[in-house]
Ligand binder design. Structure first.
Ligand SMILES: Cc1cc2nc3c(=O)[nH]c(=O)nc-3n(C[C@H](O)[C@H](O)[C@H](O)COP(=O)(O)OP(=O)(O)OC[C@H]3O[C@@H](n4cnc5c(N)ncnc54)[C@H](O)[C@@H]3O)c2cc1C
Length: 492
């Protein structure tokens, strides 16, 4: 087996994907920067733990600024300046974002979070923003230096899975002519707190409840009078993505703009999640790749019973199996990213391609997050006792991997929403027709039986069964699309 994943991310991207002509140079340069400078900065920043909150300036005025170790800022700016956001809009393709993100996440999984939420903010502003929003809020996000950062704040204290029933932030119309709304409420999990502009969910004031009242707004950090537009309550201490501030926020008559009053807010929120879920999947494979590479270089040199542990049959077989699993997941996420790239600019009513993409996205988010956590855990085992020590960096990978399954929707959410879209006939027909030539007869029959088993039962029974069905189905779907010859992986 050719263990490609022992190499750094640029080498693997170059070997495995037909990279667009201009991408080689900027990807190689970004990867080189990480090896020479970024890696050391990243470990130091992680050891520094969470950023801190500075609530007041010396005149006693509220400023709610976040303090970072200076190296964090350097690492963060490197990605923005390398074009992780602006290239997507200049080239009309999300692929530069995902490719730069893959390299970033390999070296610093937490750092991919601010870029992901920035892209998930810029995309809806680009699609739905009016002239005012595009000029004043999107344009600064696409600047080539000192670009503004975005953020996506939906979750409140009552819970993130059921936004329609658990969103208590209220939006009141201030000026119809200016599309200006005032938000009041609190958000409990706000990653990239301190972002310059955020997309946030809120319920329209009035009688509309649940999905009917839920809308998505864009909210700048400073209001029209130049005053702070949201207040920080605290920054969370957490085990993963320690360098990124995740905080709790309060909106008090905070100025915001409705993105599109004619489209139910949940559609816009799902469009945001489409991007962040594929970013999560790309990042998860990058984490698994790093965990594999660290395990490989350790096992090559660690000697037990007279030879490197890599050469003992049990471990050699595990490396074979992990390589194969990683290769399949790698091919699948780039297939998923390519599908997203085709549909992300669609607006409701969506096409059949969009619905098919949604199924692929649930599989990708679910499967790769689990792969990242399992591969990091296995890498720790390969390192033996040394894996537990902070200085070897594997405990960090495991910590970082644990969040990948939870944010952007838990595994249960992926399974249940995956079930919903799997029940569409067009999605099933496409899966069958595309996977029949790619899988063995036995694997194909398995897929067929798994899908059939959830087609007929009543809803409660479907939901009970899908917990068994989805993991196996996901494995077969990933395998099928990873070998499918015409599953396009990055177009030139
Ligand atoms: C570090 C970090 C950063 C975050 N950053 C952000 C951010 O920037 N913006 C943001 O909006 N959110 C953010 N989140 C929140 C995250 O998206 C939520 O934690 C996640 O969506 C799950 O919501 P919850 O934690 O409230 O769990 P809940 O929704 O309360 O769910 C609790 C449990 O019940 C399960 N469950 C729920 N419904 C069902 C069902 N129908 N059937 C079966 N099981 C079910 C869930 O899967 C979960 O296991 C962040 C979270 C963390 C930890």
């Amino acid at each position: 087996m050719n263990h490609s994943f022992r190499h750094p991310p640029f080498a693997v991207l170059k070997e495995t994907l037909p990279l667009p002509a201009n991408a080689e140079e900027y990807l190689q340069s970004y990867d080189g920067w990480w090896q020479q400078e970024g890696k050391a900065m990243s470990s130091a920043v992680d050891r520094h733990r969470t950023p801190w909150l500075k609530l007041y300036n010396t005149r006693g005025e509220r400023i709610d600024e976040i303090g970072y170790p200076s190296d964090y800022w350097k690492m963060l700016r490197k990605g923005y300046d390398s074009g992780i956001i602006w290239r997507a809009f200049e080239e009309n393709s999300l692929m530069p974002f995902f490719m730069i993100g893959y390299i970033c996440c390999h070296y610093d999984p937490g750092l991919f979070c601010p870029y992901t939420v920035s892209m998930s903010t810029a995309a809806p502003l680009f699609k739905y923003g009016n002239d005012f929003i595009k000029k004043n809020l999107l344009r600064p996000m696409l600047a080539k230096t000192n670009a503004w950062q975005g953020a996506t704040w939906f979750t409140e204290i009552k819970g993130g899975s059921d936004l329609a029933n658990n969103t208590e932030t209220v939006a009141t119309l201030k000026s119809k002519a200016e599309n200006l709304w005032l938000l009041n409420g609190e958000k409990y999990f706000c990653s990239n707190m301190g972002g310059d502009v955020a997309v946030v969910s809120a319920m329209l004031e009035g009688d509309k409840k649940g999905f009917d009242g839920l809308q998505m707004f864009v909210l700048p950090k400073y209001n029209r009078a130049g005053k702070l537009n949201y207040l920080a309550k605290r920054i969370k201490d957490k085990i993963a993505t320690r360098s990124v501030p995740t905080g709790e926020l309060e909106f008090k008559n905070s100025e915001a703009y409705l993105l599109d009053e004619n489209i139910p807010g949940i559609y816009l929120i799902m469009e945001v999640l489409n991007i962040s879920r594929i970013a999560n999947a790309v990042g998860s494979v990058a984490v698994a790749h790093r965990a594999f590479a660290e395990a490989y270089s350790f096992a090559e040199h660690r000697v037990a019973f007279g030879k490197p542990v890599l050469q003992h049959p049990l471990l050699a077989q595990q490396f074979e199996d992990k390589s194969k699993q990683l290769y399949e997941a790698f091919r699948f996420v780039w297939y998923a990213a390519e599908l997203l790239n085709k549909v992300w600019q669609q607006k409701p009513p969506y096409s059949a391609d969009y619905h098919f993409f949604r199924f692929v996205a649930h599989v990708a988010k679910y499967y790769t997050a689990e792969l990242a956590a399992q591969t990091a855990k296995w890498s720790m085992e390969v390192h033996g006792g040394l894996g537990i020590l902070e200085e070897f960096g594997i405990e960090r990978l495991l910590r970082e991997a644990m969040i990948l399954a939870i944010w952007e929707g838990t595994p249960h959410r992926q399974i249940l929403d995956g079930l919903k879209v799997l029940l569409r006939k067009d999605v099933q027909d496409r899966l069958y027709s595309e996977l029949r030539p790619a899988l063995s007869k036995e694997d194909f029959e398995n897929i067929h039986q798994l899908i059939e088993s959830v087609n007929e039962p009543p809803q409660n029974e479907k939901e009970r069964l899908i917990g068994y069905v989805f993991p196996r189905l996901a494995e077969l779907v990933v395998k099928g699309y990873s070998v499918k010859k015409d599953a396009k992986v990055i177009s030139n």
